[in-house]
Structure formats: structure tokens, C-alpha cells
Design a protein around this ligand. Structure first.
Ligand SMILES: [Zn+2]
Ligand SMILES: [Zn+2]
Length: 214
């Protein structure tokens, strides 16, 4: 049913003259198709937070659970910085060291020509150096299985709270050597490492420490 509105506001079923007061209905009778008023009740249930699904308390702008901003649709970043980007990490270059190999003069072992050099990031707080062994259950962080002179539990790199890496020998069979020192580290002894220091283990492996750049 189409309802017309006369100039005085009556609803009229006639399109030309108001059936209540007789006034002429406007020249351009806009059929005032009854617009259904916005039926969404303001008061009751607001949709839950689209970010975390928590029920929204009234028409609060921010989600109490996750901070979602219902007016902008964003999750605000925390003002306080998160436990910031980790300080630069030390890395180590691990390679088959011909010079060290030659100095060891081990009979019956062939130097692994062409063995790839690898650079690893030293994960805090410690790096176990050794050879993996399923029978002994050792899974070192730095696995030097290729080098037959490396013990299963050979050496340990430890990061101190001062940010310094220490190297210690874990009672390896063939010893852990620092730079060009003749004597190996004694078991349990720790030595501070600085940028460029070289740790020698096994028959040919040299580990060069690199301080974080910048
Ligand atoms: Zn009227
Ligand atoms: Zn939320």
C-alpha cells in the first residue's frame, strides 16, 4: 500500500487530495514508501571484538582484552618497546684449516679439500661443540661430525652476562686450542674470546669468532 503525505502531514491513500483534510497533495507526490526505521537497537548486544572475539562492553571504543580500536579497526601498538631487538649476535666461521691440519701431522687422515666453510650465529647462552652420536645421545649445537678428531662432547662456548663469549674444554680427547697457543685448554678452564680469536678443535677444524658488527 502506498501512502501519500499531505502538506499538513496526514497520511493519505489518495494520491491527489488528502483523504483526511482535502489538501492537495504535492505536485510531485513522492510515494513516501514507509521507510522502516533503523531497527538496530542501540542499547543491547554490540558485536564482539572482531580481533579477539571478546564480548564488547557496551560501546567502549577499545577492546579490554586486546586493545582493538572499534572506531579505527586497528590494534594499537604498545607504547613501551618490546624487549627490543637483540643486540648484535656473535657469529663464528667454521672451516677446515689446512694450516692447523698440517701442524697436527696426523697419519692416515686426509684433509677434506673443498669442505665448505660455514658461518653460524652463536645462539646465547651457550653453544656445545662436538660430534653427534645417537648411541651417546649427543646432539651438539655445532656439529663437527666430519672431523674425526672432535670428541662427542668437545668444547663449550658460553655467553656471560657481560656479553662476552668464553670457551672451555669439556675434557676432549684431543684438546681445544686457542689461537696459536701450544698448550690446549685444560678441562674446565674458560678463556675469554675476542673478535677474531680462533678456536681449534679436532684434526682440522678452526672456529673464528666474529663480534657483532656495528
Ligand atoms: Zn491532510
Ligand atoms: Zn579484542
Amino acid at each position: 500500500m502506498t501512502v501519500y503525505t499531505c502538506p499538513k502531514g496526514h497520511a493519505s491513500e489518495e494520491s491527489d487530495f488528502c483523504d483526511t483534510c482535502g489538501s492537495k497533495i504535492g505536485a510531485a507526490p513522492s510515494p513516501e514508501a514507509v521507510t522502516i526505521p533503523d531497527s538496530s537497537p542501540k542499547s543491547s548486544s554490540e558485536p564482539p571484538c572482531p580481533h579477539c572475539g571478546a564480548p564488547r562492553g557496551g560501546s567502549a571504543r577499545f577492546c579490554e582484552d586486546c586493545g582493538y580500536d572499534h572506531s579505527t579497526g586497528r590494534v594499537p601498538q604498545l607504547d613501551s618497546p618490546l624487549p627490543g631487538p637483540p643486540p648484535g649476535q656473535w657469529t663464528a666461521t667454521v672451516f677446515a684449516d689446512r694450516v692447523y691440519f698440517d701442524a697436527n701431522e696426523v697419519d692416515g687422515v686426509t684433509f677434506p679439500d673443498g669442505a665448505p666453510e660455514q658461518t653460524v650465529t652463536l645462539p646465547a647462552p651457550q653453544v656445545r661443540i662436538g660430534r653427534s652420536s645417537s648411541s651417546k645421545g649427543t646432539t651438539p649445537d655445532l656439529d663437527l661430525t666430519e672431523d674425526p678428531g672432535v670428541s662427542h662432547n668437545h668444547a663449550l662456548l658460553t655467553l656471560t652476562i657481560d656479553g662476552q663469549w668464553l670457551v672451555s674444554d669439556l675434557g676432549s680427547t684431543n684438546g681445544t686450542y686457542l689461537n696459536d697457543e701450544d698448550a690446549p685448554l685444560t678441562a674446565g678452564q674458560s678463556r675469554t674470546l675476542k673478535d677474531g680469536d680462533q678456536v681449534h678443535v679436532g684434526i682440522w677444524t678452526t672456529i673464528t669468532l666474529h663480534a657483532p658488527s656495528g
